[in-house]
Design a protein around this ligand. Sequence first.
Ligand code: PMP
Length: 412
Amino acid sequence: MTIKRETLRKDFPILDRKVNEEPLLYLDNAATLQTPNQVLKKITEFYQKSHANVHRGVYTLAQEATQAYEQVREQVAAFIHAANAHEIVYTRSTTESLNLVASSFGELVVQEGDEILLTIMEHHSNLIPWQQLAKRKKAILKYVPLTVDQTLDVHAFKQQLTEKTKIVALAQTSNVLGVTNPVKKLVELAHQQHAYVVVDAAQTVAHHALDVQDLNVDFLAFSGHKMGAPTGIGVLYGKSELLKAMPPIQFGGEMIENVTKTTATWQPAPWKFEAGTPNIGGVIGLGAAIDYLNHLEMSWIAATEKKLMMHLLPELQKIEGLTIYGPQTVERHEGIVTFNLAHIHPHDVATGLDMLGVEVRAGHHCAQPLMAALGVESTVRASLSFYNSIAEMDRFVYALKMVKEFFNHESE
Ligand code: PMP
């Protein structure tokens, strides 16, 4: 395992740089994953050798670009085990994918008095689109709370589902609590009430193998940049019959079949949702990122990250005055740990760590309703990935202790 990691770290030259004259220790992988050389090389090759617009030309370059663009759709479908590549819509990001479902599908199925069920741990991008839809439709927005151990309250979820629930939208893995929700079971419960389920897989896609058919989700969203692809490319998976029923929400070139002065007809899904010139380079990068993850093997990635967290969590729990949010057991923890140090502002903790070369996130993590439920305004978040090592976990804990000592002295 160590040999594999040492070799693969060479794929990420950024990991060799210094920050504040210290070796970089990147622990903000939940915000964005670093991009391996293989992805950068594939994108460069595309621009050097096959760059042209897609779906538009009969000439060789255009055909090559279109073929590459559509072939990645097949790859994405295989990666998440979708039944059909036509169930894969390219978007800009998780955020755009979720907005697309809310604005198109949500408008179609949600009526006045209907209920939309979210969880309190949602990222704003799986919350505000539904909040705004509920406002437009005079629908009722409900939130599943947390249990005392700060995981999703499945019992409350069951109780809050009613025959009026039209949509359930939830994160597969929380970007704050680091917990993965039992999506398959929740989907079963939601479907018993004839509700549709929209899953935000932004924090799952680069860490566990996904199977949308096994989970039986209706929609699933994720971002390429959290899995080694560049920014600006995302995916919306939707079941064929649902995508077919949905109206497009952006109009222009590429997405039409026929246009007259007063009317227009659309391409079938997924193309009717991809108006204008898409992010072709981003799609090529997404394909290369999937190749990269497949080459490492998702089971190896999951096991490696679990090992790191098994080392890190107990060490953090030993630090006096450090409060960890989310489950306290490593079994329920993905590679994300969120915490506060008593009497030290999270931004001070993050700034102190940065001085030591350790990059972590501080703030509300785009989850203000969750922060309110936890009774805090902000926290510190460290998120790891397969390229991190046990030695880095130790260095992080050591740095945290130094920061704690520094600020405790300051306030004396
Ligand atoms: N959902 C979750 C759970 C996330 O962690 C993030 C990224 N922080 C998003 C949605 C939004 O992703 P993006 O900014 O790429 O649209």
